[in-house]
Ligand binder design. Structure first.
Ligand code: COA
Length: 186
């Protein structure tokens, strides 16, 4: 099952690029941040993250096709992550039997409230819509994750179902990929 092949995407005030060695410290702080991880299973221990990154290489953080670092347009510094990847069939919460395209996003706490995740997500979806056949795209987020649900709604995703995973209620929201083609964007 395919997803997006681009290695770099211009997304307005941010760029989407693959992870580099000099992102190491930022990535560790990002996944150790209690705010960023509040609805993602909690902060991860810095030592364990550092060990994993050093073993696998920092580039492994965005190895998967469709997976990117969100970086500041002017400084190229790490600000977060965005991905459009295939949701494994072992997860609960699907529209059908296959591996749906799933959008996910995380931003450093200091970058919230500036529309940057919106720009990053919209750019990924536009690029994917130009490259891939039309199909549903999903966002799965804890129902308590108001900021994430607000972003999904602003992008045009519509809540379709709720289910339980990791002991929390999750909301699955859906949009059509080709709804993000420039000619049809609103
Ligand atoms: C989910 C998350 C990425 C949303 O970040 P965000 O900055 O709120 O999202 P957006 O990029 O859509 O920005 C919207 C905010 O920027 C403001 N904003 C400022 N300028 C803006 C602009 N030019 N365009 C749009 N919004 C703008 C909006 O008013 C809004 O602020 P508000 O929520 O205080 O009203 C962020 O909260 C996060 O990283 N959370 C932790 C990780 C997580 O749980 N991810 C979900 C997993 S799928």
């Amino acid at each position: 099952m395919t997803t997006l092949s681009a290695l770099y995407i211009d997304a307005g005030d941010v760029v989407l690029r693959k992870a580099r060695d000099d992102d190491r410290g930022s990535i560790i702080e990002h996944v150790a941040d209690p705010d960023v991880r509040a609805h993602l299973g909690g902060p991860q221990p810095r030592d364990a993250v550092a060990r994993d990154l050093d073993e696998a290489g920092v580039a492994s953080a965005t190895d998967a096709p469709g997976s990117y670092v969100i970086a500041d347009k002017s400084t190229d510094a790490f600000l977060g992550t965005v991905s459009l990847t295939r949701r494994g069939v072992h997860h609960p919460g699907h529209l059908g039997p296959g591996e749906e395209l799933e959008l996910a996003y995380t931003l450093d706490r200091a970058a919230w409230g500036r529309g940057l995740a919106y720009q990053a997500a919209a750019a990924v979806l536009r690029a994917a819509a130009a490259e891939l056949p039309d199909e549903p795209v999903i966002v799965v987020t804890q129902s308590a994750n108001t900021r994430s649900l607000n972003l999904a709604r602003r992008l045009g995703f519509v809540p379709a179902m709720t289910f339980e995973e990791y002991g929390e209620e999750q909301t699955l929201a859906v949009a059509r990929l080709h709804g993000f083609l420039p000619s049809r964007a609103t």
